[in-house]
Design a binder for this molecule. Structure first.
Ligand code: SF4
Length: 90
């Protein structure tokens, strides 16, 4: 018996080819809608605050753009394997 191949690459070192974790701090979000307007596949306004539609998702550069564009830096994109903050970049 071999381990089931999930097709997901685990344990990649640098490069972050695994999934990304997307978080929105709803206590910080001001509901500007910039993220939902620019990447509607990933963010929606619920109750006047942004919510990530896919808390874990395949890497997508548009998520970096959304995190960098948020006026209050409420969005975090994290590599769940390393804990590294991918965006916003300081
Ligand atoms: S861009 Fe930032 S402040 Fe605006 S809705 Fe998205 S998370 Fe909230």
């Amino acid at each position: 018996m071999t381990a089931a191949g999930s097709g997901v690459n685990e344990g990649s070192a640098s490069g972050g080819r695994g999934k990304w974790k997307v978080e929105v701090d709803r206590s910080v979000c001001i509901g500007s809608g910039v993220c939902a307007g620019s990447v509607p596949e990933h963010f929606a306004l619920r109750g006047g605050r942004s919510t990530p539609l896919h808390p874990e998702t395949a890497p997508d550069d548009r998520l970096i753009g959304a995190a960098d564009s948020c006026p209050v830096e409420a969005i975090s994109v994290i590599d769940p394997m390393t804990g590294e903050v991918i965006a916003p970049v300081e």
